[in-house]
Design a protein around this ligand. Structure first.
Ligand SMILES: NC(=O)c1ccc[n+]([C@@H]2O[C@H](COP(=O)([O-])OP(=O)(O)OC[C@H]3O[C@@H](n4cnc5c(N)ncnc54)[C@H](O)[C@@H]3O)[C@@H](O)[C@H]2O)c1
Length: 260
């Protein structure tokens, strides 16, 4: 029960494959009380059903589209009225227009770039600003990233640029929030077959290749990401901030990725 008596706000599962859902489930199993987000009416029903599987019913289900400042404020207000404070803030959401994940990066249009960076990177800072008054000193904030932030992964394109901005935001937020003992980290997860991932052209082929080429000769699961999220949220990671932690079966350590 690593997270007993902690309140965790997890944004946003879409369905049972979502990394956010794996994190919510594992945090629930570790004793956290959950505030569970959903983006819109389209995903609300799924999240309501998933919530029934939790050991402890969530304190609230909270709508949150991160492009909407009013919703950000309302989400924090709901969190305050239903939980009083937040100890763990999980940012597990991203978006880029589909054509950006198909066409060459050099064709990226200004509006698509803005949208991808706004939703996938700036939103972490916006979420922090909204939740700041109810975040406990010593809280843990985390966001999900991917190796395409650092190296070229074909078709990941503007999302790679957004993840680079997200990882840099994590470091700057960690610096600003350090005096309050609030820790901010990113988890760089290997590819997992989720709704968002399948939006990247050629994802399923890439997943097969990836699994052959990691040192561990396999891919990773959302549950493995969730376990690292629990670690980051717990006292076990009390000295860890500003980091990008890989949960990728070791893929990022390879200089030459060949099938074995
Ligand atoms: N699946 C992977 O291979 C992988 C690998 C590394 C990192 N990630 C990251 O993990 C996170 C979760 O993605 P996932 O793979 O679980 O996919 P997912 O499709 O299950 O989750 C993505 C979530 O983002 C939400 N979202 C999109 N636009 C939003 C907006 N404007 N406001 C609020 N929410 C919005 C969606 O509603 C959805 O719930 C993302 O940041 C993703 O980039 C995924």
């Amino acid at each position: 029960m690593l997270l007993k008596n902690k309140v965790a706000a997890v944004f946003n599962p879409a369905n049972k494959r979502s990394i956010a859902w794996a994190i919510a489930r594992e945090m629930d199993a570790q004793g956290a009380q959950l505030l569970l987000g959903y983006q819109n009416e389209r995903t609300k029903g799924n999240v309501e059903k998933l919530a029934e599987e939790l050991k402890n019913p969530p304190l609230a289900l909270i709508p949150l589209d991160v492009t909407d400042d009013d919703q950000l404020a309302a989400a924090a207000a709901t969190a305050k009225s239903s939980a009083g404070h937040v100890d763990i803030l999980v940012h597990s959401l991203a978006f880029a227009p589909r054509e950006c994940l198909e066409k060459p990066f050099l064709e990226t249009q200004r509006e698509s770039f803005k949208m991808a960076l706004d939703i996938s990177a700036y939103s972490l800072t916006a979420m922090f600003q909204a939740f700041a008054p109810i975040l406990r000193d010593g809280a843990s904030i985390m966001a999900m990233s991917y190796y395409g932030a650092e190296k070229v992964v074909p078709n990941y394109n503007v999302m790679g640029v957004a993840k680079a901005a997200l990882e840099a935001s994590v470091r700057y937020l960690a610096y600003d929030l350090g005096p309050r003992q609030i820790r901010v980290n990113a988890i760089s997860a290997g590819p997992i077959n989720t709704l968002a991932a399948r939006g990247v052209s050629g994802f399923v082929d890439m997943l097969d290749k990836y699994q052959e080429r990691t040192p561990m000769k396999r891919g990773i699961t959302a549950d493995e990401v969730a376990n690292t999220a629990v670690y980051l949220a717990s006292h076990l990671a009390s000295g860890v901030t500003g980091e990008t932690i890989y949960v990728d079966a070791g893929y990022n350590i390879m200089g030459l990725t060949e099938e074995r």
